[in-house]
Design a protein around this ligand. Structure first.
Ligand SMILES: [Zn+2]
Length: 146
């Protein structure tokens, strides 16, 4: 069965998930959440400089959907910057092309195919790995396989 709500294609999970204004006590901080698809829209259009049409094709969504997505992302970021919110990147209905694993022992960052699971660092053999897509998988379920 095909989901009517298509998953948005995202190249890799974000390397950084959490941004905090400095010098604000934690009890005064409120959180604003940018979804991973909103992050990808920012990365493609603002960071890579793609036109909305090209970026929408990258993400497998329509151009109007892309424009709505990036407008929402810009609004959230403007609120975080202006009101001093903690910004967290998580969630969204996404499929990653690639995953990233960070080794906490040697610091190596490895990129793999999204479906490839690695259990030890290719450089030093450590099993102390951080699975970047896993942050999102845990909350939102495993990637669907046809
Ligand atoms: Zn390592």
């Amino acid at each position: 069965m095909r989901n009517a709500y298509r998953r948005r294609r995202v190249q890799t999970p974000p390397k950084y998930n959490n941004f905090k204004p400095s010098g604000v006590p934690r009890k005064l901080l409120s959180i604003i959440t940018l979804t991973v698809d909103e992050y990808e829209a920012i990365r493609l259009a603002d960071y890579e400089g793609m036109q909305h049409q090209e970026a929408s094709e990258e993400m497998h969504i329509s151009r109007p959907t892309f424009t709505r997505l990036i407008d929402k992302a810009h609004q959230k970021i403007s609120i975080a910057l202006t009101e001093g919110k903690e910004l967290i990147i998580e969630g969204g209905n996404v499929d990653f092309d690639f995953n990233l694993y960070r080794c906490h022992d040697c610091g190596d960052l490895n990129q793999t195919d999204a479906d490839e699971l690695i259990t030890a660092c290719p450089d030093c053999g450590s099993v102390n790995l951080e699975d970047y897509a896993g942050h999102h998988r845990m909350r939102f379920g495993k990637k669907h396989h046809p």
